[in-house]
Design a binder for this molecule. Structure first.
Ligand code: AMP
Ligand code: GLY
Length: 424
């Protein structure tokens, strides 16, 4: 099979790495890719937001399967353009991608499907939002309706903070994404993510994970795209997982199909769990980053069989095979992230690391310069390991971290703390 993956992060590096372990893969192209991906696959410089350009490139290169990594090309209709050109695609249509690209759409779908989620109200202008807010208890959650690169959510502990978030959003801070706002009840509990593949109505669970969104140890400091993750998530045990499937995921997928916009691709359900009861925080229409890295490390080459079955609408004929293992990834970021940071510093010591089916450094934001690997983004490396226990996976991941010589970078030292309280 010839496969094209769209994206350039650690998520796409890990998908490429897993796909390549499957003997079915003959040729792998990643667009645009990064320096780590370039070590294992061909990289192509195409505009991944332009559906016609992607479909044209895939057709010319006899691509059998297009795997779309990030949400923005999905929301822009790249999957639709590829399907219209007769290509097999892993990723939802733009209409189904609204489950991530519009928070109010997702809330309305949850209402129709009676799926447990936070109470909410939806506004398209400041004054009525402000009036509603005045009557709500704190804390409260303010969300820009559209895609805002993970920055459109404010959990406000004080009323002033909530008002200021509303003013910024309606004032244009997120452009059109903030012209509508959802105000949501604050849910207490522990967060975990559930990943399922969906091809219309068949839902196939492929794993659970927990992310660490804050930049600092002990979950302190500003929010980031994610500083580390591990899989499985102990809080999402069998009972909670079954409830999430029966009460949230399957009913919302049925509602999408009923509306004529069936969902196809990976669905990431962000859940808030309290006393064994899951409620939906959000849907994402793609793999999480860095959650994908731990899922791919556990799935290995079978990831391609599952992704292909999903794209071909035959999920009812496959099963995910799980080893009783654990995976953990530590994100190494450039000092200053998620604020401003420098690019271009050299990262040493990567060549000396053994990379195998249990230990991999996925590249999130790197570039190659005169044979050296340099930092080229905020989140730069995802140091990932698998073990029989989570403690073993964590030990192996931090052993790799400590062998990487990059003074301009940093990482959290407590990834996995909810499951493994003592630090390394
Ligand atoms: P989202 O972009 O919707 O995932 O929101 C980002 C983060 O904000 C989530 O991962 C949660 O930690 C937090 N969050 C969002 N909505 C709520 C809510 N209703 N209650 C509590 N925390 C929330
Ligand atoms: N790690 C969170 C996300 O991918 O949205």
């Amino acid at each position: 099979m010839n496969i094209l993956i769209l994206g350039s992060g650690g998520r796409e590096h890990s998908i490429a790495w897993a796909v390549l372990q499957n003997p079915k893969c003959d040729r792998l192209i990643v667009a645009p890719g990064n320096a780590g991906i370039a070590q294992i696959a061909e990289c192509a410089d195409i505009d991944i937001f332009d559906g016609d350009a992607v479909a044209g490139f895939a057709t010319e290169n006899a691509v059998d399967l297009v795997i779309i990594g990030p949400e923005a090309p999905l929301a822009a209709g790249v999957a639709d353009a590829c399907r219209a050109a007769g290509l097999k695609v892993f990723g939802p249509s733009a209409a189904a991608a609204r489950l991530e690209s519009s928070k109010s759409f997702t809330k309305a779908i949850c209402d129709a499907a009676h799926a447990p989620t936070a109470r909410y109200a939806h506004f398209s202008e400041l004054e009525s939002a402000r009036a509603y807010l005045a009557k709500q208890p704190m804390p409260i959650v303010i969300k820009a309706d559209g895609l805002a690169a993970g920055k459109g959510v404010v959990v406000a502990t004080e009323r002033d903070m909530a008002v200021s978030a509303l003013e910024h959003m309606f004032g244009g801070e997120f452009g059109a994404a903030g012209s509508e706002v959802v105000i949501e009840e604050f849910m207490e509990g522990e967060e975990a993510s559930y990943f399922v593949l969906v091809d219309g109505e068949t839902v196939l669970p492929i794993g659970t994970a927990q992310d660490h969104k804050r930049v600092g140890d002990g979950d302190t400091g500003p929010n980031t795209g994610g500083m580390g993750a591990y899989s499985p998530a102990p809080i999402l045990d069998e009972t909670v997982a079954r409830k999430a499937l029966d009460e949230i995921i399957r009913p919302t997928m049925r509602e999408m199909a009923k509306r004529g916009t069936p969902y196809s691709g990976v669905l990431y359900a962000g859940l808030m769990i309290r006393n064994g009861e899951p409620r939906l925080v959000e849907y994402n229409v793609r793999f999480g980053d860095p959650e994908c890295q731990v899922l791919m490390m556990r799935l290995g080459g079978q990831a391609l069989d599952l992704i292909q079955a999903c794209a071909e609408g035959r999920l009812d004929s496959v099963e995910a095979q799980w080893a009783e293992d654990h995976a953990l990834t530590v994100v190494m970021a450039a000092k200053g992230y998620p604020g401003s940071y420098e690019k271009g510093s050299e990262i040493r010591g990567l060549d000396a690391l053994e990379e195998n089916s249990s230990e991999m450094v996925f590249h999130a934001g790197t570039a190659a310069r005169n044979g050296a690997v340099t930092a080229n983004g905020g989140r730069v490396l995802n140091v990932t390991a698998r073990g029989e226990t989570l403690a073993q996976a964590r030990e192996a991941a931090y052993r790799m971290v400590d062998a990487i010589d990059w003074p301009e970078g940093f990482c959290r030292r407590d990834i996995g703390w909810r499951a493994l309280p003592q630090k390394l």
